[in-house]
Design a protein around this ligand. Sequence first.
Ligand SMILES: [Zn+2]
Length: 688
Amino acid sequence: MANKMPRFWTICALVTCAVWSTARAEVRIVHEGKNAAVVVTADNPAMVATYAAEELVRHIEKATGQQLEIVAEKNIPASYRSRIFVGMTETARQRGFIREQMKPDEFVLRTTEHDLYVLGIEDPARDVVLGEPTDSDWTHKVLHDGVWGYRGPSSISPNGTLFGIYEILERYLGVRWLWPGELGTYVPRTSDLRIGAALDEYHIPKIAWRRFAWFHLVDALRRPEAYDPRTERLAFSRQGLRNFWKATGTYLGRHRMGHSSHPPTFREEFARPPWKGAGTTLAEERPDFYAMDSAGRRWGQAGYAYNFPDMCVSNPELHRFILEKVWDGSNTLRLGQVNSIQYCHCTQCMSWDGPQPQPDEIPQFERGAYGPRAISYRYARFWKTVYEQAAKRNPNTRATVLMYQTTLPAPGAIQLNDKIYGEYCPWTGPATTFPMRKAVDQWSRQQWLGWKKTGMSMIWRPNHLHMGYTMPFLSTRQVGEFFKFTWQNGLKGYLFDSLRVSWATQGPMLYIHMALGWNPELDVEQLRRDFWSAFGPAARQVEQYFDYWESYSLTHPQAALYSPVKAHLAYPPAVFATQEAVLKKALATAASDPLPEFAERVKFLRAGLEHARLSARFIGTLDQGKVPAQRETFHKAQQALQELVAFRRAKEHLFIADYLDAAATRERNNVKGIDRLFEEFEAKVPAQ
Ligand SMILES: [Zn+2]
């Protein structure tokens, strides 16, 4: 009995203690509509901490109408019940909340009694070293230096403090960043904001390399000459582009894009013919490095069947060349493959191939890509061979390779290792674009698993966000589940080689990508609901609207547009009319709510649909993708384009689409003679 007493008391004490500390750890931020907290930064805060504090205050004001005060640590007023310490403050240091081994983008969330601490490591040097600032705020840093992945490895800067604030905003305010800009930022209203239970959390990014390529926007603003006036008149005004770029950068930051450590970089640098040597191309000097065609010819021989050959990857001379002449011995060894399906037919390369599939085992949708021959095993052996030799010289080197087209199908059994980084790049046209048939989705998953089984490190580098032009073309569930699948099966990073999208017609798909990009364990159905909830009472109608388009995208494979010139066939006028009616009803429902933002968001969707309709209508006035030669049809095309462009400019503040690359660049690249539509008819028809 006696020796049981202390145990009893210990348990009691612990329970009491836990209850007591929970009760004590209430951080009141806004209470009964009044400020209850002050935001505190270091006396000399890093830029990231200043920006994080501002982001916190901005969103809380949107939620509660209350603007929190931001003060330096030496000036904390005594009048507030709670204090929110943002970044590396002296107080946090004294309390021992700063961990020694913190890495970039990791962060601490901690409460003590009534106070909250949000912090990650900071690197003040980074605040000034990056770029050539013309203004000193964080926005500059984000946008000019492309912290969110524009510059790649050089742009790592610790953003943990900011990411911690976003975690707080999502969790306690229910903030959802649906698309770039104010309207796309959904902040539920409340008069009471508090953190009711004690927090002692340490967060590490699940995925180290998170990147959506958006360099086309950055480039156009960095180098004014990169924004061709002929493109500009089809796209944003310069100020409009700047606004869109800023909103997009801010949005990507809120979704916590960036590199938390140095990512491997990918390219087939040794391969591209002509590879300029001293006056000659590598192909001229060493035709034996390049693929032999099926008739046994090499580069330079009469009748050579290839214009863009892949390499003769079994050739030990090529391996030596790569290791001695191309690779600099650094931590990166780029091994391709070459962006070509013209593979080598020499006896040795052919002997390196694994067992060949029977013709009926090659899925129809893959026949164009790897045709009669599966050559993945040959490449895996090439990568392994070169990597192993490189590793003797530099054991830290990372080999980077690309699984693309001919190398997409997983090889048979071969043991690679995790120092070989493979970018899985499914891209064989509309059939392998989300949404895809179930069989294709299954096939793609099998290839991912097959490559994963080799032991290599897996990166996802899909191209599906290139598709759709300005149309309502999207996938939510299938692509979301595939994203989660990659995470559950070894995903180390992703690079979406395209953020050339239409936010108002593809919004739910893009939001799901962004949210899973930070936390791939989130539930796809919940993310869908998050999106619909931003439409208030019209949530259900908006869900049905997008489900219609998602199903349309699957049942109309021709809707997977890269070039716009068939948009009018994939999206005929009638299909816009029915869905416009759906949105009209949704608008009436949303307008019943006293908060105007729900109706505004439906109007945003309507603008996106109207933009798609006008785009398709313009394409429909063309003569099979060409500007018509007859006066009457020319004027019709001109009229349609004028209306489209006028609409774009009138709505450019809404950010309904990336006018630059989803629209204008594609139109100029694919519509023959489009620039002539800005001139008088007489000037463009050759004299009879
Ligand atoms: Zn060969």
